[in-house]
Design a binder for this molecule. Structure first.
Ligand code: NAD
Length: 235
């Protein structure tokens, strides 16, 4: 989803800092964007580490100037029965999925405040809305993202900064494939999909399109919203 969103924002004319803990992955995405005529740099950072996030932000600022759009997409999953979730799992997921978003927002906020314009898009997830077996920790981090989004929107609205969340449903990505292969669900995943109003997996580009809307100039009166891109699986 991060790749599709970076590509979409680049096509919309934005200069993009592609941040990932996987340097090679970020470099490949930045190179594809450049090959397609867009502007992008690759940034290797662990979202859970304040100094790495701040260094990535500084590098992006140096390359492209003030940062006024941020999409918090990076996350890690933990698919385990609640009785088997360790304290280390808890701390890591909270650190990457929830604290990471906070760290990045805090690092770019001065640029948005100075510009009087900002777009913050946080990726949450439908599991936080409807619940999911073996995902209590993961969905707790996403519930935090939803709640943080709403409160930041209230706090920053008068500064010209919007804060919204895209809540993906079951989207065809490496993370979803790991879930499918992990045999987590009580019934085959095709049966889960068949019950959705739109009975198929979502595509990363469909998440990217929602992010692009929230990031656009035209969405200036839209804040604090949770947009489900989930085939109607949750509301
Ligand atoms: N795929 C789904 O069905 C689904 C459903 C609901 C929500 N989501 C959410 O959508 C977002 C994108 O998910 P995806 O399916 O593309 O996941 P993915 O696992 O395919 O990709 C996640 C990316 O985040 C990077 N990453 C992991 N830990 C990091 C860290 N500490 N610092 C920096 N980068 C890190 C990974 O290297 C990877 O490139 C996530 O926030 C995920 O929780 C996904």
């Amino acid at each position: 989803m991060g790749k599709a969103t970076a590509q979409r924002l680049a096509r919309d004319g934005r200069s993009v800092g592609v941040l990932d803990i996987d340097r090679a992955g970020a470099e490949a995405v930045a190179a594809e964007i450049a090959a397609a005529g867009g502007k992008a740099i690759a940034l290797a950072a662990d979202m859970a580490d304040r100094s790495q996030v701040e260094a990535a932000v500084a590098e992006t600022r140096q390359a492209f100037g003030p940062i006024t759009i941020v999409v918090n997409n990076a996350a890690v999953e933990n698919f385990a029965p609640i009785g088997e979730v360790t304290e280390a799992d808890w701390d890591r997921l909270m650190a990457v999925n929830l604290k990471g978003a906070f760290l990045l927002i805090q690092a770019v906020l001065p640029d948005m405040m100075a510009a009087g314009w900002g777009r913050i898009v946080n990726i949450s997830g439908f599991g936080a809305q409807i619940g999911a077996p073996n995902m209590a920790l993961y969905t707790a981090t996403k519930g935090g993202v939803i709640s943080m989004t709403r409160s930041m929107a209230v706090e920053l609205g008068s500064k010209g900064i919007t804060v919204n969340s895209v809540s993906p449903g079951f989207i065809d990505t490496p993370m979803a494939r790991r879930a499918i292969e992990g045999d987590l669900f009580p019934v085959p995943y095709e049966q889960i999909l068949a019950a959705y109003p739109i009975p198929r997996l979502g595509q990363a580009e469909e998440i990217a399109a929602a992010c692009a809307f929230f990031a656009s100039d035209e969405a200036g009166y839209v804040t604090g919203q949770l947009l489900g891109v989930n085939g109607g699986a949750a509301f």
